[in-house]
Design a binder for this molecule. Sequence first.
Ligand SMILES: *Cc1c(COP(=O)(O)O)cnc(C)c1O
Length: 353
Amino acid sequence: MNARSTERPIDLRSDTVTQPTEAMRAAMLAAPLGDDVFADDPSVNALQQQIAELLGFEAALFVPTGTQSNLCAILSHCQRGDEYIVGQQAHCYRWEGGGAAVLGSVQPQPLDHQPDGTLALEQIEAAIKPDDAHFARTRLLALENTLGGKLLPFAYVEQATQLALSKGLARHLDGARLFNAATAQAAALGTEVRAEARRIAACFDSVSVCFSKGLGAPVGSALCGSREFIARAHRIRKMAGGGMRQSGLLAAAASHALTHHVDRLADDHALARRLADGLAGIDGLQVEPPQTNLLFVDLTGAARPRSAELLAHLKAHGVLATGLYRLRFATHLDVDAEGIDRAIGAIRGFFHA
Ligand SMILES: *Cc1c(COP(=O)(O)O)cnc(C)c1O
């Protein structure tokens, strides 16, 4: 047994596993609270204003999860019998239990992704149905950025959302990791992260952001949009059971994350690159160069059936990851370079490489 296996593991399963920092806990304890169902919680109101202003929207709504945020968005844009165009791998199509269809009678129109994660413009256009009694009414284009850790090219985001606008569709962004996208975009352009987040957000009528991923808050997401749109989403949130009471305790953590944890996302991206570099050249591993904080590694050749064995080996060496054939490693607030180097050592040990 590795001597380190009794220590806290290097948990690379997801960027959702982080513990609130001491400073975040202090902010939570100090937060003024009220009953948010009466709109009386000053910390929730402050967070909603902070994220709306940051992303350039009139209003925002604090919700418990990204899933509920997307549900509120789709059901606020669409009525029963409407449909939304969405990627096959998009969270709000594939990974949310079919919520928009189950709870809203809104039909998805999924499209295959191109290798860079985009939906081909011709396919979006072809999927928009004519006004005819045979068809569901196409009302919404939903994009996701980042998607599988990939940044959607900004020129594409502009083109796809312009196309949607010209066809009378509303545009929703599942930006669970919007600030990771903005960090990658800012690094590529030599610009500022918040400015890039705002530039991406400006292409959409609504944007959902998670605080509980790379930003390191324990719970919570925000949906941003026009005042009128957020009023509709507020009703859906209540219906979905998301009207919380003294939720300022959680909103204070999210506010703290927005203020203090956006600029450090670049560190997570650097650690994902460090891990990728450390795994280069191992026979049996194909490493996809990471654009953000998610690293995907495919097992190839004779190693292909060995993912469970590799994950068990890593666990025994105090490193946690997930995946089958294709492994995922997420970097975050609670891992550092030493942890990454331990993970590299453990993986190399498995392959005797
Ligand atoms: C995590 C995630 C969500 C959902 O967030 P939950 O808080 O887990 O419900 C939505 N969209 C994307 C892209 C995500 O990564």
